[in-house]
Design a protein around this ligand. Sequence first.
Ligand code: DLL
Length: 432
Amino acid sequence: MNFWQPKIETMKKSDLQDLQQRRLKDTVKRAYENVPFYHQKMKDLGMTPRDLTSLDDARALPETRKADLRDNYPFGLFAVPESEVVRVHASSGTTGKPTVVGYTAKDIETWSDMVARDMVMVGCTKEDVFQNAVNYGFFTGGLGIHYGIERMGAMAVPSGTGNTKRQIEIMIDFGVTALHCTPSYALYLAETVLDMGVVDDLKLKIGCFGAEPWSNEARSELENMLNIKAYDSYGLSEMFGPGVAFECQEQNGLHIWEDHFLVEIVDSEGELCAPGERGELVLTSLTKEAMPLIRYHTGDVTYMMEEDCPCGRTSVKLHRFLGRADDMLVVRGINVFPSQIEDVLLKMPEIGDYFQVVVDRKRHGLDEIAIKVEMSNGAFTGELSDLAKLQKKVEGDLKSVMKIRSRIELVEKGSLPRTEGKSKKIVDLRDI
Ligand code: DLL
């Protein structure tokens, strides 16, 4: 069994577009009639749902941003009566009110099928024992993935987060074959598995990692440490949650489910990017009932891949995410993504898997990047001159990629904080 919903997953491009158009019309009509926010926005633009005659007309629709969710806290963007909403999730956010999202019973069904598609796509079957080691709560990664596992019939192991050694014991005792968690937590789990010396006791084959950016280097690292194939899992609460886009077994780009989302990639001026050109992902939900969102700016940077996928799925692929538009550091006018730094660091055998970037503005107004980098096990020879050489090498390699100088501080393995959820790789101390 290679597909969960074969008809849709392999649908001809033109049929997919027809389906999108029908669903877009319906979504916009529901938003216009039931959500005052969208009604007003469309009125301001002099539009009604009847103006939508082709998919291209979507470009004229109003846009939505995270602030709009906050402004309409908690339930102001719901397009159905509250009595139809069977679940809410929320993201805490660091400032202000959380953003709340709601689901009808049908939304939960749609979402579960979408996640089941992903699981089957990476090779899971009913025989698999699937551990979901993310936070079960307001975070969509818990219940979202869980329902998908149950839907496709594997055995769900809802271990949540915490107590890493026990998680590993469970993995061994239950014969866990597939794991879903953040890549940061996967690294911590892998490190602990190696420390415990139990890697040969694991039956793990498949790792699905997401909820934060990670690099191809981190993938190789995890695959080697745990003897698995590792897949990228993308999603956001505003568009159901996890499962929106997922890698297939080609491990080369994430299929985004175009029967559920209309995809745009736009540059900083809002113009459409050509395939291969990086920009911000903007999504319109096509099937969400409780809370449809139109042209939602995800803040995530990627690009569209053009070539057909050998796996047979026809929905377009997105390149693995380069980071968030707002995670991009602008240091002395140069754009730096944490993922670029990770790419450089993980290529070096002397360097471990953890780093933290601290950006600060010095007295003369010049921004400085300092990067704390953990060394790998046994990399310290005891010779200080070797350390200095390594430090110089890291600084040089980073400079050639980032185009600006950074100060490297080599620290002992284990000294940077480990996380069970999303990691915080950047600390920006600038007051800007
Ligand atoms: O992180 C949903 C999720 C759960 C996805 C489990 C995958 C696995 P939020 O908490 O709303 O939802 O955060 C969404 O996380 O806009 C991206 O910035 C980031 N993100 C999620 N997946 C990836 C990924 C969940 N694979 C935000 N690569 C998104 C890069 C990711 N960034």
